[in-house]
Write a protein that binds this ligand. Sequence first.
Ligand code: PHE
Length: 336
Amino acid sequence: MGGGDIRESFLNELAPVKTIGDLEQLRVRYLGKKGILTAELKKLGGLPPEERRSAGALLNETKIFVEAELAARKEELKELDLREKFASQAIDVTLPGKYTPPGRTHPIIRVMREATSIFVAMGFSVEEGPEVELDYYNFEALNIPKEHPAREMQDTFYVSPDIVLRTHTSPVQVRVMQRKKPPVKFIAPGKVYRCDADISHTPMFHQIEGFMVADDISFSHLKAVLESFLHRIFSPDVPVRFRPSYFPFTEPSAEVDIGCIFCKGTGCRTCKGTGWIEILGAGMVHPHVLQMVGYDARIYSGFAFGIGMERIAMLKYSIDDIRLFFENDLRFLGQF
Ligand code: PHE
């Protein structure tokens, strides 16, 4: 094949090339070791000297032409590539960004944290227990046997005959005592469940259990701890009173009221005219509860209390419907 024919067939093949890869293949076809032009150049040696000169000059010219065409097309394709990339990856910097509003701490969690840090400052450690709990820990080990009427005080969600959603944080008392020797002093914040729903009850709510057992703990310790807690979480001048009550796992038992925040004790709708609002249950740990975990009840005594967090949050923030906490209305949640 002569230089002119090669040039023509090269141009024909070059015309449809659209990618750098195809261009490279074309280069190899003409200029590679076994390429068309390379083969022609090799043949030059076999020609008579007078022909070799002009044929050589023509082939060299063709080679230079081919190389130049290839280089030019390569630049074009690169440029095209780049333009395509720019077009497909273009970012419109004038578009407004996607706004993700910042999250906030839920009011219940805020109150839980505040309460926890007050007790931690008093030297209580923090423990946890499972929300899906054995009947044994939720009732039996707390001095509430199977047919005990106190079981009806708590509307229990049963998972199976032996497994419940814990109805209070008190089972953590038993779990910790099984693990540790006295003295023990801890709180156990967490979720609890009761089948109940109205403006002051939700099927899930939060409690903080408090527990302290050592060899010389009396009701006055309980009073001091709870009074200073309530004074810190509400205000130092809030009145606190202890009322006799009943829980199977404490003896004696008490319910604790604070002076109504809304009417300052004169009587209103929230306190049902009494001037007091019930805020927690408490008492001295029943000796039977200690004995069941192998604590010597002749040596050790202690107190326990359970505080409802929603109650505290409602009073602190003047909220009259507990369900607001769990409806996830951002207009409500954004206020804290
Ligand atoms: N567990 C009780 C309740 O949820 C509260 C409580 C805790 C009472 C500890 C006494 C001692 O009703």
